[in-house]
Design a protein. Structure first.
Length: 115
């Protein structure tokens, strides 16, 4: 299997809006690490841009990523942000699809596409 190391686009629809961005991923054996930079656009409230540091693992075609820290890149208002987790399946060497949940229990559906 090809390594997951590289740049991926990120698109997600979640209960309160959409997020898009870029995932920079590193794979070392079964261990994954990296960062995601995302623009969050809730249906209500202000948009923001966030960067999250990630750790995770791959088992077969199952992928789990968990945010361990975050930085606010841009926000018009003070922001309380809930760290995310992504649970995905490697559909092919260029595509990961799955579900996400944040620390508040807000769920979404995402696609990562390798660029």
């Amino acid at each position: 299997m090809e390594t997951l190391t590289g740049k991926w686009t990120y698109n997600e629809e979640y209960e309160h809006g959409t997020s898009t961005g870029e995932l920079l991923l590193q794979q070392a054996g079964a261990r994954l690490s990296g960062k995601i930079i995302l623009s969050d656009r809730p249906r209500e409230g202000d948009s923001c841009m966030i960067q999250e540091e990630l750790s995770g693992k791959i088992e077969g075609k199952k992928i789990k990523l968990k945010a361990i820290t975050f930085d606010v890149i841009h926000s018009e208002q003070p922001l309380e942000y809930a760290l995310d987790e992504w649970f995905g399946i490697l559909v092919d060497e260029q595509t990961i699809i799955g579900t996400s949940v944040d620390a508040r229990g807000v769920e979404g559906n995402f696609v990562f596409k390798k660029t």
